[in-house]
Design a protein around this ligand. Structure first.
Ligand code: SAJ
Length: 437
């Protein structure tokens, strides 16, 4: 039975927001609402996250986040708690990892939904921000709420409002990107859209829950498929001895063509995962999506092939691997292709592998990390896997001084060293495909 709420009787008013899950999306979301003057309680099952947040500290690296968190914690607008509390709006932003069989693991979404049930009041808005397979609101979330005795049509307003922010630009994009609010009912989308319009300057579009689920997945799938096309081009060019970067540069001069950038693979918790949520629901139909995933997943092995070629003449080569995160200038290593490259390299017993990443702390990954100097000293090959801005400043002189053999494999087309004494090979270079001299 639901307790009657003043808010529900009077009509809609937002005083308090409860954000469940304080990760890369939940914490900035809580911070943005708190910064706009709402009373926000941030909930997480990780005691360390809560203990740190109470002191105005955070566990993730994101531009500007620490400063904003400090401010709202100090002003009392953002509080941390291990358990949910009664609120006007509940926002669930917990991870949806992928199972071994490449289906979505909805355990956290189910647990988070269940955790708020005892606190629900009539008129509450419940938002699922976590990325979910199509039909999850209809087939999983709403039934959990119903089974507790709360009617997701009459009693509360249930919506899916997927996040679309780019790590590294989260706070800015959270406030300015257009949002899709997909309601379980029309009224739910209207009410929840009104909440987001209070903090979002971009367009807030109302739709149905299943459309919102699918739109979110297709955004990331679009990108994954396009990156796969660029990566396949690199492989084709490799076979035909063509410079893939030059092909991309020229093809992109067409006004309606935008070939993406090839690289060592696709990482992160979004592009490398979300397309599977579609494949899971329609495996026979989602052939292209599935194939694109395969192409992108094969790139770490392709990098290894190039490393083997570049070190063929050496015995026990020392390889400096620069960049462990899934992309540049962040500390997130989830699904990072770099970790796969390192793992594959370690399987070759004849390599000494020295990973370095200025954004990743020792202990955050299960490989030992080295300083740049340690990694470069006596190295036979430097493999750049991520375009961190720090790597732009690596000087040719430094490589010449430290390395045993000044050879670089640049997998992100980002190394700017122009010194004839240093051999820089890029993943899509014809010169690399023709082999070493
Ligand atoms: N990558 C390439 N080539 C490219 C672009 C990216 O190899 O041309 C690689 C990156 O190196 C990285 C991966 O793809 O490993 C993903 O990076 P990303 O910058 O494309 O995207 P994410 O995963 O950081 O964030 C995406 C964004 N979605 C889209 O751009 C459609 C973001 O807006 C979403 O909010 C986020 O997924 C999410 O949370 O779903």
């Amino acid at each position: 039975m639901l307790k009657a709420s003043l808010h529900g009787k009077r009509g809609f008013r937002v005083g308090k927001i409860c954000v469940v899950g304080l990760g890369y999306i939940g914490l900035p979301t809580a911070t943005v609402f708190a910064g706009a003057g709402y009373d926000v309680v941030g909930v997480d099952i990780n005691e360390e996250v809560i203990a740190l947040l109470e002191k105005g500290q955070i566990m993730i690296e994101e531009v500007g986040l620490l400063e904003e968190v400090r401010k709202v914690v100090k002003s009392g607008k953002l509080r941390a708690s291990l358990t949910p509390e009664e609120a006007d709006v509940f926002i669930i932003a917990v991870p949806t990892p992928i199972n071994h069989d490449q289906t979505a693991n909805l355990d956290y979404v189910v647990a988070a939904t269940s955790s708020i049930l005892p606190y629900l009041q009539k008129g509450n808005i419940v938002v699922i921000e976590s990325t979910i397979p199509p039909r999850t609101v209809e087939d999983v979330v709403a039934p959990i709420i119903k089974a507790f005795g709360v009617d997701p049509v009459q009693d509360i307003h249930l919506v899916h409002c997927p996040e679309r922010v780019l790590p590294g630009r989260i706070l800015h994009e959270m406030r300015s990107n257009p949002r899709i609010v997909g309601g379980y009912t029309k009224e739910a989308s209207e009410k929840a859209a009104d909440v987001y319009r209070r903090v979002v300057t971009g367009e807030v579009v109302e739709t149905e829950a299943t459309i919102a689920e699918m739109a979110k997945l297709m955004e990331n799938t679009y990108r994954d498929v396009n990156i796969a096309l660029a990566n396949e081009l690199v492989k084709i060019s490799s076979k035909l001895h063509i410079n893939a970067y030059e092909v991309i540069r020229l093809a992109n001069k067409h006004p309606r063509v935008h070939l993406h950038s090839p690289g060592p693979g696709v990482g992160g918790h979004c592009l490398a995962v979300d397309p599977y949520f579609i494949v899971e629901k329609a495996p026979e139909e989602a052939k292209l999506i599935s194939q694109a995933r395969e192409v992108n997943s094969s790139m770490p092995s392709f990098v290894i092939e190039q490393i083997v070629r570049l070190t063929a003449s050496l015995f026990r080569a020392k390889i400096a691997v620069l960049g462990l995160t899934y992309k540049e200038n962040i500390d997130d290593v989830r699904e990072s292709p770099s970790l796969q490259v390192i793992q594959l390299l370690q399987q070759y017993k004849e390599y000494d592998v020295y990973p370095h990443d200025p954004h990743v702390q020792q202990g955050k990954v299960n490989v030992p990390l080295y300083s740049l100097e340690e990694a470069l000293t006596q190295a036979d090959l430097v493999v750049v896997l991520v375009e961190h801005h720090e790597f732009e400043h690596i000087q040719g002189e430094q490589l010449l001084k430290s390395m045993n053999r000044p050879v670089v494999l640049d997998c992100k087309n980002c190394v700017k060293i122009a010194d004839e004494r240093i051999k820089v090979y890029r993943l899509g270079d014809a010169i690399l495909q023709k082999g070493l001299d």
